[in-house]
Design a protein around this ligand. Structure first.
Ligand SMILES: *Cc1c(COP(=O)(O)O)cnc(C)c1O
Length: 373
């Protein structure tokens, strides 16, 4: 796309631009659900689950009401609870930890690898105790975690391995989709995710028929059939309206991810000699660039100046989990996870969404180069 107008503003994401490209299809899908009134577990939900499982390369996908619920239900389905420990990265969105806490188990944090920002596989074994039940790596920013190394540690210590794939819809690790690599994986369809719905939504992928069956019960009051309750379950279903939107959007996901890849390549090319730290991509990874995250020494100053120039950026995430008030009880202090802490002070997420143009990226980089002296 070319434009002759001078660019003066680049939003961080632009959900409206994407809606315009699929408006007719989305509106028709929503109208279809309204007409059928099958708002709860309607046909679109089942179809979306089949399509999403096929996309991920798994036997099953179970739609739920958020990524956080997806994570919690995975842990519940495998019987994880009070007295157990689950190993997660220190450098992640807090929901990864919250889901562990909801079950009564304790999240045990592992610092980030300084090149990938994902969980440092060299530091996992030191965090394992007799209480450890599972490893829950995150494919942060859409960059696959080093799953073979993590699965190997899991095998060696008889631990379950799950994936927080909430930022990794379509990413590949050694050719295989994220979401198909562990026992089960959690996805979020929060609107700004690579595959996002128009509200909250999520899904769990797995190849295990018993776990899929258990998840169906857990997400719907623990019922085996209407008004027959085998266990204490939740109301954590994915709305049919959201499933209908997701069915439309799933068809475009690969093309949107490809556009993000091209944007990331252009950013990296243009920023190569700027003194800004650009993201590294390991050989095993085919990331989908949920976020394009750079490292900057004087991050807050640059961010402020960019905002004044109409370039909107983000920080993912500014306060690590172990320094949050909510997790004071874990007993950590500043200095416990130095890589994560240094990232929190220096990372900056640049505008990234499929509909960005080359001109917008050039403007962002130009402004960074002017301001970053
Ligand atoms: C978005 C996200 C979640 C939570 O998903 P919600 O749908 O917002 O509940 C969990 N983990 C990670 C890494 C995420 O990015």
């Amino acid at each position: 796309m070319t434009t002759t107008q001078k660019i003066t503003k680049v939003p961080f994401v632009d959900l409206g631009a994407q809606y315009q490209t699929i408006k007719e299809e989305v509106d028709a899908a929503i109208a279809g659900v309204l007409k059928s009134t099958a708002f709860i577990t309607g046909p679109d939900l089942k179809k979306f689950e089949e399509e999403f499982a096929e996309y991920c390369g798994t036997k099953y996908a179970v739609g739920v009401d958020s990524g956080t619920s997806a994570l919690e239900l995975i842990l519940r389905a495998y019987g994880i609870g009070a007295g157990d420990e689950v190993i997660i990265p220190a450098n992640t969105f807090i929901a990864t930890a919250l889901a562990v806490s909801f079950t009564g188990a304790t999240p045990v944090l592992v610092d980030a690898n300084p090149t990938t920002y994902n969980m440092d596989v060299e530091k996992i074994e030191a965090a394992i105790t007799p209480k450890t039940k599972a490893l829950l790596p995150v494919h942060l920013y859409g960059q696959p975690a080093d799953m073979d190394a993590i699965l190997e540690i899991g095998r060696k210590h008889s631990l379950l391995v799950f994936e927080d794939a909430c930022q990794a819809h379509g990413a590949r690790y050694k050719g295989k989709r994220c979401g198909s690599l562990g026992e089960a994986a959690a996805f979020s369809f929060y609107p700004a995710k690579n595959l996002g719905c128009y509200g909250d939504g999520g899904a769990i992928t797995t190849n295990d028929p018993q776990i899929a069956d258990k998840l169906h019960k857990l997400r719907e009051y623990g019922q085996t059939e209407k008004y027959i309750h085998a266990e204490i379950g939740y109301n954590h279903r994915l709305d049919t309206l959201q499933a209908a939107v997701l069915r439309v959007k799933l068809k475009y996901l690969d093309a949107w991810n490809q556009a993000r890849r091209e944007h990331a390549a252009l950013y990296s090319q243009l920023l190569a000699d700027s003194g800004i730290g650009i993201p590294a991509v390991p050989d095993y990874a085919e990331p989908i660039w949920h976020l394009y995250v750079v490292q900057v020494q004087e991050r807050d100053q640059l961010r402020q100046k960019l905002t004044e120039k109409g370039v909107y950026t983000g920080i993912h995430y500014p306060i690590p989990i172990h320094l949050q008030e909510a997790y004071r009880n874990l007993g950590h202090r500043k200095g416990d996870f130095p890589v994560t802490e240094q990232a929190a002070d220096h990372i900056l997420s640049l505008p990234m969404y499929p509909e960005l143009t080359d001109e917008m990226i050039a403007y962002v980089v130009e402004e960074i180069k002017v301001l970053h002296t």
